[in-house]
Design a protein around this ligand. Structure first.
Ligand SMILES: Cc1cc2nc3c(=O)[nH]c(=O)nc-3n(C[C@H](O)[C@H](O)[C@H](O)COP(=O)(O)OP(=O)(O)OC[C@H]3O[C@@H](n4cnc5c(N)ncnc54)[C@H](O)[C@@H]3O)c2cc1C
Length: 400
């Protein structure tokens, strides 16, 4: 039987092994750590956000700042619905949450780990832990994989090492081009009086733009101890990962906390003024924001909280509206989102055949997962890319 060596015991490596035909191949997974599937274990805050309930490939690829074009054909063959079926067939009930993220009903990543472990056990897949791959040598159509536990011969290599710089060096030395790694998915550090003493304040739908990059995003926004976070920030951090690294995370953003055009906001203000002239401005409920944030807006706009609404001058109103709808804030750095770091960069996608995830440079050599220059926003998309790519590899090898 031909020998398949899978390098990396993470989501992509295990899902691939789980779908391979054991009657055709001897399969071995080499993992440098003492435990496999470590990232799955900590994923989704220990609950493992397995995938995202988005079943249209064209819609799905919109969540991938890098890899969106290439993944379209991959998702037409294996998409979140297929992932959910796959786990369902293995008696793992999954649930779709309100925001379309999909988790195991058990709320435990261990359920996903146990399923993958059980699957590879049934397929007699050998797992070698504490086995660090040092070098790969190509001998005609075969490979010698040199590790801390000795050499392994392979008819087929499946490279699923995640984004460790060391393993990118190994594949670079075999001729693949590597796009530099930069962080994706981070929150913005901002020091500004408007955000002071308000951590935990959230906005259902805000608009964020980076004028210098002519880019904008919208979505929920959260004030943190360090600055701003929430889906709107994470999305823009992922899409602009390369540009923001270039400016060393120093740039200006403009925030519209209420997602309303400034003229529409003014109309709301004027209407309120007419119908509630005697109301104290500090207690007025004109916009859909918390009282504390409203009072902070008044404070930074230098408006006396005890004034009656009718006494608010045109100049004061403009100041309030500017701070609400067009607030300029200087970002001075970044923080990691819940340790959920994801990196942009990795193997250049031009050198991969996305019909089956094979290398265009190395024969009988396949690649999947975070080692590729593919990454997504949060929500289960990063795992989905692993599952889909790994499934394609298994189909290709099973059909040989
Ligand atoms: C805290 C956190 C939470 C996350 N939560 C989610 C989530 O809920 N949903 C989601 O979709 N995504 C999530 N992600 C992203 C997701 O975990 C990754 O996209 C995914 O794990 C990538 O899988 P992979 O198999 O490509 O790589 P990895 O999971 O990184 O696996 C690669 C494996 O290869 C091994 N390896 C590397 N080099 C060598 C070598 N030279 N020799 C031998 N072995 C080697 C590594 O030790 C590792 O075990 C999260 C990430 C983090 C950090």
């Amino acid at each position: 039987m031909k020998q398949i060596i899978i390098i990396g015991g993470g989501a992509a490596g295990f899902f691939c092994a789980s779908n391979l035909d054991k009657t055709k191949y001897n399969i071995t997974i080499l993992e440098q750590n003492s435990d496999v599937l470590q990232k799955v274990k900590i994923s989704g805050g220990g609950r493992c956000n397995v995938t995202h309930a988005c079943f249209d490939a064209k819609e799905l690829v919109q969540f991938y700042p890098r890899g969106n074009k290439e993944l379209l054909s991959v998702f037409t063959k294996f998409q979140p619905g297929d992932t959910m079926d796959w786990f369902d067939q293995r008696k793992v009930p999954l649930k779709i949450e309100n925001d379309n993220r999909v988790f195991p009903e058990s709320n435990s990543s261990q359920t996903i780990i146990n399923t993958l472990l059980n699957e590879i056990q049934q397929k007699n897949v050998e797992v070698k832990t504490k086995c660090s791959v040092k070098e790969i040598e190509k001998l005609d159509e075969r490979y010698i994989v040199t590790t801390s536990l000795g050499d392994f011969e392979a008819d087929f290599v499946i490279y699923t090492t995640g984004s460790s710089p060391k393993s990118l060096k190994i594949i670079e030395s075999l001729g693949h081009k590597i796009i530099d790694l930069v962080p994706s998915l981070f929150t913005f550090n901002i020091k500004n009086d408007l955000l002071k003493e308000l951590p935990g304040t959230s906005f259902e739908n805000a608009e964020i733009s980076i004028p210098k990059l002519k880019t904008e995003e919208s979505g929920p926004l959260l004030i943190t101890h360090w600055g701003l976070s929430g889906p709107a920030i994470l999305k823009i951090s992922a899409w602009e990962a390369l540009s923001l690294a270039k400016v060393k995370y120093n740039f200006e953003i403009e925030v519209n906390f209420i997602s309303k055009d400034i003229d529409d906001a003014e109309e709301l203000f004027q209407n309120f003024k007419q119908s509630n002239p005697k109301k104290t401005i500090g207690l007025a409920k004109i916009f859909d924001i918390t009282n504390r944030f409203w009072q902070k807006i008044l404070e930074v706009s230098k408006v006396d909280l005890n004034k009656q609404v009718a006494q608010i001058s045109g100049k004061e109103m403009q100041m309030i509206l500017e701070n609400l709808c067009k607030k300029k804030l200087q970002v001075t750095g970044k923080s990691t989102f819940k340790d959920e770091f994801v990196t942009a960069g990795g193997i250049d996608l031009k050198e991969i055949n996305f019909k089956n995830m094979s290398s265009k440079i190395l024969p009988n050599f396949y690649v999947a997962g975070e080692v590729l220059n593919i990454d997504a926003v949060t929500g289960g998309f990063n795992f989905q890319a692993c599952w889909s790519e790994a499934w394609l590899i298994a189909q290709d090898l099973n059909s040989k």
